[in-house]
Write a protein that binds this ligand. Structure first.
Ligand code: AMP
Ligand code: MG
Length: 487
């Protein structure tokens, strides 16, 4: 059966931006997971995919004859410029145009050595593939822009990591894998013509309505990227998500969440929460993400300066103007999200929102369960669920009284506001301890927990008694305090 995979449009860019790769041979591959829902959305037949799994989803074939490619990019890691990084264990195998006309890139992760592998082996552990699959699909379930996970194939290899780990290849899709770091690479190593070609390519892919404009299209594009990023980070934060490695090489211009490493959804709320074992100084803490987003965008703006006019002063002015709206964009998106979650009336409620976060922190509430309890309180009558989420019920009573003062209480909440609450407060998230348990089982050859968690997270806003077990916060013995890149 033919699979409608096209050679990647990225291959039409100057060859200085990527490296073509020979096909990789694997012997013992086996298909662990295939995402049927996503296959359908992409217009890929599941039978055809399964048929080709061993060859296509491991990089031995691309489905269109042309060679796969590894993208070159650079990046700032934890604030320090690291120079050239690139797809060291990943490759772009092709594009798919979905029935709705949207183009998606098919990317393999863990597919072997590339010219950008540096000291690494180009491979990925099954644990990291399962982690990315579960969390990226959970993000999609939440309606947050993200790369998607199409499949996991195990390679039959044992990789030497902290402990010996089974190897796997994840197939992911995204509208575009162009990162801030892609522009940094071009700006540092290539000529202005190539930066412009890359920018035009990105505009055509992500914001085609800007293509026909004159030179102002570049600054307008930068503003679009910034707007997407502000909206994305506000959504992450509203669900308690911490990306964990917001290096410039891990930020996509498409506004999709990419490169899931030591990311996590927090259980107990703390604004300075960090999970990543390598984020020693809390650079990428939950409450730092919006600021880091702007820092990364400023690095992007620097690479685009030559496209902003002839003299330096005008270039800087244009860059500044393009990013000027970011703080307001973020603040509005964040405030709107919190207002929906809490069913707040029209108007400015900054004080109430910041007071809520303080109360949630001192009350050690679970950042998912407390909103679920409030939603259920509004839909029924039971307020006990809300107050019992706080370390002491008295703290809960105090907060709830303030919420009632502002909103008028449950009977004053309109049907529309209730519906918005329901659609903003997930009942189930990809909790760390559940993800870890699924990984442990998958490593032992049992994928039941992986399947069950995936099912539970597909429609996270819907009440569903079948998935009640997934609502619980971790017991003290189950709490995961630290997450790892697991590369
Ligand atoms: P990350 O922060 O995980 O997105 O990765 C940062 C850089 O390290 C990227 O250039 C990756 O391609 C590269 N990298 C991570 N793991 C490996 C590996 N096992 N082999 C080669 N390169 C890797
Ligand atoms: Mg990365």
């Amino acid at each position: 059966m033919q699979i409608p995979i096209l050679s990647p449009a990225y291959a039409h860019l100057p060859k200085t931006l990527y490296a073509n790769l020979p096909p990789t041979q694997w012997n013992e591959t086996s298909l662990l997971a295939l995402n049927e829902t996503l296959s359908k959305q992409l217009g890929l037949s599941i039978e055809a995919l399964a048929d080709h799994a061993r060859k296509l989803l491991t990089g031995r074939e691309t489905g269109h004859g042309a060679a796969p490619l590894a993208m070159a990019y650079s990046g700032h890691q934890f604030g320090h410029y690291a120079g050239r990084l690139g797809d060291g264990r990943a490759m772009l195998i092709g594009d798919v145009i979905a029935p709705d006309g949207q183009r998606h890139e098919l990317h393999l992760k863990g597919s072997g050595l590339t010219p950008y592998s540096r000291g690494g082996d180009g491979k990925a552990t099954l644990g990291s593939a399962v982690r990315e699959y579960l969390i990226s699909e959970a993000m999609a379930g939440l309606g947050v822009p993200t790369s998607r996970s199409l499949a996991i194939v195990t390679t039959g290899e044992t990789l030497q990591r902290q402990t010996p780990s089974p190897g796997a290849i994840l197939t992911r899709t995204a509208r575009s894998h162009i990162r801030v770091g892609t522009f940094q690479y071009a700006a540092e190593n290539l000529d202005v013509q190539t930066i412009q070609t890359l920018a035009d390519f990105a505009i055509e892919r992500l914001d085609p309505d800007l293509s026909s404009l004159g030179d102002e299209r570049y600054s307008k594009f930068l503003t679009r990227v910034a707007t997407r990023q502000a909206d994305l980070i506000a959504q992450w934060m509203s669900f308690g998500f911490i990306h964990g490695v917001m290096n410039t090489d891990n930020m996509a211009l498409s506004g999709e969440t990419i490169d899931y490493g030591p990311c996590a959804f927090m259980d107990d709320f703390h604004p300075a929460k960090v999970f990543s074992s390598i984020d020693y100084y809390g650079r990428y803490a939950w409450n730092k993400q919006a600021e880091i987003g702007l820092w990364n965008l400023s690095r992007l703006a620097e690479t685009m300066l030559p496209l902003f006019g002839k003299n330096e002063e005008a270039q800087l002015k244009t860059a500044e103007a393009a990013l000027k709206g970011y703080p307001t964009q973020f603040k509005t998106a964040w405030t709107n999200a919190m207002s929906r979650k809490l069913a707040l009336p029209e108007g400015q409620h900054d004080d109430f929102i910041s007071g809520t976060l303080t109360a949630f922190m001192t009350g050690k509430v679970d950042f998912t369960r407390v909103f679920t309890a409030l939603t259920r309180h509004v839909e029924s009558t039971d307020a006990h669920g809300v107050t019992s989420e706080f370390a002491t019920p008295a703290e809960g009573e105090t907060w709830l009284a303030a919420w009632r003062d502002l909103t008028g209480g449950r009977t004053a909440i309109s049907e529309r506001a209730k519906a918005r609450m329901r659609a903003s407060n997930p009942i189930r998230i990809a909790r760390n301890h559940l993800v870890e348990a699924a990984i442990t089982d998958a490593e032992a050859g049992d994928r039941q927990a992986f399947d069950a968690l995936n099912n539970a997270l597909a429609n996270p806003f819907d009440e569903d008694s079948r998935f009640e077990a997934f609502e619980a916060a971790p017991s003290s013995g189950e709490i995961v305090h630290e997450t790892f890149c697991g590369t």
